[in-house]
Design a protein around this ligand. Structure first.
Ligand code: OGA
Ligand code: NI
Length: 365
């Protein structure tokens, strides 16, 4: 989430989906209706549990017992390699804090539109309240309201966008983000170890990591088969930590073997996914997996998402450990700040953004 100054762009009228729902509960403006090939089929919308996204137990990783910890590190490695996604349990973040964060986020979205519009997300930017990643008048819109803030380093914060209401909002975001930051650092340590690297390699490389939070609120939609809550994309971060609201509908789906698989909320767990940074650093061994959100006819849904990424001045490229004759270098070296800018100034479109870093491999089939 770089604070990019962007020249004015024309995005046309963007309906606030909560207001739309209130005033015209059955209406779906054409800007939200997806082309046929993008529509979620009802079958995937209603897929039953269980979902096989792997579960990783952080308390086992941190147990200090070598056998237990090593076995869990292997599980983590397999999850990263085969899924790019996993749910983490026993993460030791106070569950009361997660609950309060969820409540306060929901309270924010329930405020009158006028109040939320005091913190507007300007077109082409990604902080504040509104719809991110909209760059043209003919682009399809997501059935979602977003509120996003830059957290670390402090210079990316825009104090005007930190809500005064609910009163405890800012303090909670601060406490929550500090805890999630520690979780990211811890997970990156074990992810490094699962790759056979030194535990502190990413932490050292990332310097003062950039952290941002985005809350996504998906109101119910009368035709979940026509719209998407969030367009398919991979995350531009190194690691993403997602909290799904308790009692929310199932909405997150990941593309696995060319099929959209739902991620069923696991009580008190976080959903973690590998972002583009780790894909590049590992030369594609651990991939950032495409995902999207779908909506529900009766239920709303809230997700609280933290993005953790290297400092903008860090140069990235595949690490030597992952490049050899049978694994030719797939990505060029680039500055992460530039990538971040590229990411936030383009619409979400599957894994297209990462083409920024891809190199043509000769003799590849
Ligand atoms: C995101 C994201 C999914 C969700 O914000 O990047 O993928 O379920 N969110 O809200
Ligand atoms: Ni995402």
């Amino acid at each position: 989430m770089s604070p990019v100054p962007i020249t004015p762009i024309r995005v046309g009228h963007i309906d606030d989906v909560q207001e739309l729902r209130r005033s015209k509960p059955m209406k779906i403006p054409t800007r939200f209706v997806r082309d046929m090939d993008e529509r979620p089929t009802l079958e995937t919308v209603a897929l039953p549990p269980p979902c096989a996204v792997p579960v990783v137990d952080l308390s086992k990783l941190m147990s200090g017992k070598k056998d237990m910890s090593n076995a869990e590190i292997s599980q983590l490695g397999a999850a990263c390699q085969e899924w790019g996604f996993f749910q983490v349990v026993n993460h030791s973040i106070d569950l009361g804090l997660l609950e309060r964060m969820e409540e306060v986020a929901k309270d924010f979205f329930m405020l009158p539109l006028k109040e939320k519009q005091k913190y507007p997300m300007a077109p082409g930017t990604v902080q504040g309240y509104g719809q991110a990643f909209v760059f043209s008048e003919d682009q399809k819109l997501d059935w979602c309201n977003m509120f996003a803030l830059g957290i670390e380093p402090k210079l990316i914060r825009d104090p005007k966008l930190w809500p005064k209401s609910p009163p405890e909002f800012s303090e909670l975001v601060e406490t929550y983000s500090m805890e999630v930051r520690k979780l990211c650092q811890s997970l990156l340590k074990y992810i490094a170890m699962s790759l056979g690297l030194r535990g502190d390699v990413f932490e050292e490389m990332f310097r003062v990591a950039v952290q941002a939070i985005r809350m996504n609120y998906y109101p119910p939609c009368p035709r979940p088969d026509l719209v998407l809550g969030l367009s398919p994309h991979s995350d531009g971060s190194a690691l993403t930590v997602l909290q799904q609201g308790k009692g929310s509908s199932v909405g997150l789906q990941i593309l696995k073997d060319n099929k959209w698989v739902p991620v069923h909320p696991f009580p008190n767990a976080f959903v973690i996914n590998i972002g583009d940074t780790i894909e590049v650093l590992t030369n594609g061994k651990y991939k950032s997996v495409e995902h999207r959100a779908v909506t529900h006819m009766e239920k709303d849904r809230l997700s609280i998402v933290t993005f953790y990424a290297p400092s903008y001045d860090v140069e990235l490229g595949p690490m030597a450990e992952f490049v050899d004759k049978s694994n030719p270098c797939r990505y060029r070296r680039y500055n992460h700040g530039e990538y971040s800018k590229h990411y936030v100034t383009n619409k979400l479109q599957g894994k297209k953004t990462l083409e920024f870093a891809k190199v043509q491999i000769e003799n590849s089939i």
